[in-house]
Structure formats: C-alpha cells, structure tokens
Design a protein around this ligand. Structure first.
Ligand SMILES: Cc1cc2nc3c(=O)[nH]c(=O)nc-3n(C[C@H](O)[C@H](O)[C@H](O)COP(=O)(O)OP(=O)(O)OC[C@H]3O[C@@H](n4cnc5c(N)ncnc54)[C@H](O)[C@@H]3O)c2cc1C
Length: 407
C-alpha cells in the first residue's frame, strides 16, 4: 500500500483531463496536479481514436454548452497547434442533403451556424463541384464551412503530455480507480495506491458514469457505447477528395452520419465513423472487452427506445446502425460521392467508441455535455463530439463552474 498526496487529481488522461490540467496551471490555480490514467499510455481511448475534425460550430443548438465552447475552443486549439508547428489540414467541409426533404435543414443549419458565430455559406452545385469534384446535391444546395480543419489527435495528446510534465504535473499510469472515499478525500486504485486529494475531476470518458456512481453522482445516467468503424479509400486519385464531405444529419439523434474525412497529414481519406451498438465500452476487437451484462441491459434500453420511437430513434436504427455492414455503408457513401464502389474502399484499423450518455429517468439519449459538481469534485459526463475541438474552452468552462473556482 503506498500513499500519495495531490492538491488536484484528474482521473483520465484524455483530451478533457489534459486540457483541464493545462488551464489550471495556466490560470495559476494550482501547480500540484496528479493525472491518474488506467492505461500505460495516453490516447488509447476516444481522444486517440477520433476523426480529428476541428468542428466549426454549425450543428449545435444556440445556447447549448456545445455551442458555447466549440467555435472558441476550435480557434484556440488551432492557434495552439500552429504555435507548436504541428500538422493541420485546413480543408473545410461541405454538408450535402441526401434526400429532397432534407433541403430545409440546410437553412436551419445555416441559421444555427450564424447564431453560433460560425462562417457558413449556402452554395449551389456549380460552386460545390468547384470545391469538391465528383459530388452533387440533389436539391442544388449545400452548406460550405471554410473553417473546418482536420488534425492528428495523437500528436496533440503527446504534445500536451510533454508540456504538462515540463510544468510539473505528475502522471500515474497503469492505475485504475477502485473506489473513492469521499469522507476521507481518498482515491483507492486497483494496484493498492491511495491518493489523498483536495479536489478531483472525473474525466474518465467511457467509464465516467461508473466513476461518478462511486460518488453517488448521476445515478440516473448510463453510458451506452456506440462503435465507430472507419473504412478508407484505396486510391484517392480517381475521386480527388480534398475536403470533409458530410450528409445533412438527422438533428433528432446525436449522430452525424457516415462522412468522408481527409486525415490531418493528408495521406488518407477515411469513410465513417459508423454508430453501431458496441458489445462493451472498450470492445475494440471482437472478443476484447466484451461486457455481456452491459450489452443485455443496453439492448433492453435501445429496444424500448425503438418501440417508443423517442426522438425518431427508429430512424437512427434504420439509417445508421446498419452501416457497419459494407452494402449499407457504401450506399450512404454513394449518396455523397455517387461514383464510389465497394471495390474502391477497404476497412481501416481506425476504430473509436462513443461514450454516449443515456438518461434513465427521461428515457432519452443526452445531447449536450454535462458537468456535475459534488463535494470537492466535478464529474464530466457525455464528453462526446465536439469535445476534442472544444477542449481548451470546455476546460475553462468546467473549471469556472466547479467548486474549486469558488473557494
Ligand atoms: C468515432 C469518434 C469520432 C470522433 N470524432 C471527433 C471529431 O472529429 N472531432 C471532435 O471534436 N470530437 C470527436 N469525437 C469526440 C472526441 O473524441 C471525444 O469527445 C473526446 O476524445 C473525449 O475525451 P475524454 O478525455 O473525455 O475521453 P478519453 O479520451 O476516452 O479519455 C478518458 C481516459 O480516462 C481513462 N480512464 C477511464 N476509466 C478510468 C479509471 N477508472 N481510472 C483511471 N483512468 C481511467 C481512460 O483510459 C482514458 O484514457 C469523436 C468520438 C468518436 C468516438
């Protein structure tokens, strides 16, 4: 049994935990920070496995936390990356309706984008084809977002780790939390460490609800993991894809639909991610991380959602859940690039799992970020997309709303 002491403990070394540590130091709140990470390396979960898109703030309901932090966070992350000479692909993004009835959503997204402060333009097929050959809008309208960019998420995670270590942050890796003793302000880990804290932030991503439940916080909230498979284009010469190409999403479900994304280093064009029910929160390979009990309970929740058709959930199941199967995926891809065929794509090793929160009381999928304060702790739940883009501003918002800031 070994005892450690930290003024501030951050559980989880993903982008959320790292940027909170970064901002606490930058703002002079504390220099005594321990980051507790259950893996031996950072970036093994969502922050190292996402699309790397720096979103421009178009989709989010004005007034939501997402709308408040996405644009500013994206600008700050871009500047941070530029200062360090890391790679960015400033390729922009187009959003294309794939059904006639989606045409009015272009106006809604345009309005939302403007209200949120994003740069957006409604374009016709002529301009669309100038920006991105081989595409077509069935309604002759699409949305252009010139400020969307793509980065390499792992590069950013690694750089943050280096800088935080330089500033004196202690990383304890390979140590998973077992329990939290709130009376004594102690965190116990599975490898028999006891860490005394003054304040802690729960930034455990896919496991954040379980850590919150250890403190009796968010008992009505459960993470439903959704798997995001990616494919990639074998040879981009035939398609000349240079920008992000997204379908108009169904805004009643929190998934953006299968899209084309150039990588941050411009070497690959990915197609994905899907949003398929995962058999475990860390079920990256078929037999790895299986959680049969969780799966049964999640399938029960999802079937209920399907029957009640809450927030048009049936539409999600019909349109998005089947896209892990190639014939369905290629059909969605062809809605954006009509000439693409199954033989043009191959499955990629890239695979991420979305920590989607479900509210058992309200019986719905939670759309916005949630950060809940308890005695001497803050729990960050539902840090789904665009939490990577927003990270620096989200970190400030979390710190500002925490009890740490009010001491
Ligand atoms: C497929 C996919 C694509 C995405 N694309 C984008 C995108 O293009 N742009 C964008 O802005 N966002 C995107 N996102 C969202 C973004 O990746 C996440 O919002 C963000 O990475 C969440 O970061 P995090 O720090 O909360 O979680 P994580 O990166 O998962 O970090 C949590 C950390 O906590 C650790 N941990 C868990 N439990 C414990 C424990 N008990 N003890 C100690 N440590 C623990 C884990 O090991 C992990 O390292 C995407 C997400 C997915 C799934």
């Amino acid at each position: 049994m070994s005892l450690k002491n930290g003024e501030i403990i951050i559980i989880g070394g993903g982008i959320v935990g790292l940027t909170i540590a970064y901002q606490i130091i930058k703002r002079g709140i504390s220099k005594n920070i321990i980051i507790l990470e259950k893996e031996n390396n950072l970036g093994l979960h969502t922050s190292g496995r996402n699309s790397g898109v720096l979103h421009a703030g178009i989709y989010y309901k004005p007034g939501s936390l997402k709308s408040k932090v996405c644009i500013e966070g994206g600008k700050r992350l871009k500047a941070w990356i530029k200062d360090r000479g890391l790679k960015t692909n400033p390729c922009g993004k187009i959003i294309i309706p794939t059904k006639y009835e989606q045409d009015s959503q272009i106006d809604l997204l345009f309005e939302r984008g403007l209200k949120n402060g994003a740069k957006v333009e409604i374009i016709n097929n002529k301009k669309l084809k100038e920006i991105q050959p081989n595409t077509n809008s069935i309604t002759n309208r699409a949305l252009w977002s010139p400020n969307t960019a793509v980065v390499n998420p792992l590069e950013i995670i690694n750089q943050l780790e280096i800088e935080l270590k330089d500033k004196g942050v202690i990383f304890i890796k390979g140590s998973k939390i077992r329990k939290i003793n709130k009376k004594e302000n102690k965190i116990h880990t599975e490898d028999n460490l006891i860490i005394k804290y003054k304040y802690f932030f729960n930034c455990a991503g896919l496991q954040s609800d379980r850590v919150a439940h250890m403190c009796n916080v968010g008992k009505n909230l459960t993470i439903l993991p959704f798997k995001g498979f990616y494919w990639k284009i074998k040879n981009n010469d035939a398609f000349d894809i240079k920008t992000n190409i997204y379908p108009v999403p169904d805004l009643s479900v929190p998934f953006l639909g299968v899209h084309f994304t150039p990588s941050g280093d411009k070497k690959n064009i990915f197609i994905g991610p899907t949003a398929t029910v995962a058999f475990g929160r860390e079920n990256y390979k078929f037999f790895e991380g299986l959680e049969p009990l969780m799966l049964i309970s999640n399938l029960f929740i999802l079937s209920k959602q399907y029957l009640m058709n809450k927030n048009k959930f049936r539409q999600y199941v019909h349109q998005q859940s089947l896209q892990a199967f190639e014939p369905f995926l290629i059909k969605s891809a062809q809605n954006l690039i009509p000439s693409i065929k199954l033989s043009d794509i191959e499955i990629s090793e890239k695979l991420g799992i979305r920590a989607q929160l479900f509210d058992n009381k309200k019986m719905n999928l939670v759309d916005d970020f949630i950060c809940t304060n308890d005695e001497n702790s803050t729990h960050v739940l539902n840090a789904v997309s665009p939490a990577f883009t927003s990270s620096f501003s989200l970190a400030d918002l979390i710190i500002n709303s925490s009890k740490l800031n009010k001491e």
